[in-house]
Design a protein around this ligand. Sequence first.
Ligand code: ADP
Length: 435
Amino acid sequence: MYKKVHLRLTILSTGITAAIMIIMSFGYLYVSEKNLYQNQYNSFKNDINTISTNLETQSIITMEWLSKMETQNNYIFFVLDNGTPFLYNQLSNFYDVSQEKLMQESMNIYQQMFLIDHTENSVSYSSYVSHHVQFQFKSKITNENYFCGVIEIEKSKSILQVIILSPLHLLKKQISNQRIRFFAIDGAAIFLLTLFSWIFTGKLLKPIIENQKKQIQFVASASHELRTPLAVILSSAECCKNASIEEQAGFIKNICQEGMRMSTLINDLLTLSGSDNHQFSIQIKPAELDTLLINSYEAFEPLAKEKSIALLLELPENTIPLCPMDTNRISQVVSILLHNAVSYTPESGKIQISLFYRKNTFKISIKDNGIGIPDQDKKKIFDRFYRAEKSRSTKDHFGLGLSIAYEIITAHHGTITVSDAFPSGSVFTVTLPGK
Ligand code: ADP
């Protein structure tokens, strides 16, 4: 399922970005091609202007000058003197039938466009005004586009006509090269985009996948833990049916005990699921942390005494400021830590509760000289349902206590860590920020 989502997300993000990129590329290409065309046309117009001025001022048009103009600008020149091709065209190597047809075609288009009748009779040389025009056309003969400039100059009672053609195949090539470059860049960019989208969406989905795995694991562990007391309750209830009154009392006691275990477990599960759904309500108010520890100490003293464990409390000598905290929740954390300390410390052991206040930080440490926690388990003990050595924990240890403590302390923006105590046992340290 996540593979499909991963693929879809990659396609979606790549698709949107690629579409935007392609639209922008097309827009840029359109503007750039238009500019290229316009620039070329403007420079052609300027050349026609210059040539026209040169022709008007030159008394003799030399062949060298014409061929220099042709090769320099990649133009095709046709020069007509009173409608007859100039000697230059006749001598030129390139001047063949198709060239003549091309010249005729451009002349016809020129005449159609500018409605000029150049039949012998209609031209009045005396009233003739020298001029030049430019236009663009597509030749049916060569099947190519041209910029065409026609210059007409009156020179010693005859009309000199110069047709200048600039074939556009170079411009076309330039444009198509630019398009190929753009498509190649776009293709490479789309490829890289797909690759990065795949990696990034994968990274994005990783915590979600891991979270789902944890949820599945959590539900499986919770069901497993609930199954045991439920099985005891059901079998005790079944046995009750045929048991004597005295036997029934024993079974009912079992049912009550297992019911209590289930209730504790369900409460723990509800606390954790509330924290997962961000419905973990903590009401932070300034309160006395030393008083809270005294209360916890008093609550656990009988339990410690039962196991002949020495429970000690060390508080700062000077008065400390009020600690911003949810008293019930912090008290729950201290109870979890004390309960564990009592559970994992053998008889005649020692547990020390200490409170420090330094640099606007409250530090609670609960140190025991019990069985300790192996290094490889230290990180995992805050995971849900993790028990370092299942055989060492009693029935009412589900492996949820420290994960609840962790959630509560994190919600207070504090920290909870574990380290080894000397010479044996463990120290749990909780820090809570001050104001
Ligand atoms: P549990 O309900 O099993 O105690 P916790 O989440 O409170 O669950 O603790 C997880 C595990 O960490 C315990 O099963 C135990 O192995 C280990 N542990 C916690 N506190 C101590 C301690 N004070 N000394 C030794 N081991 C501890």
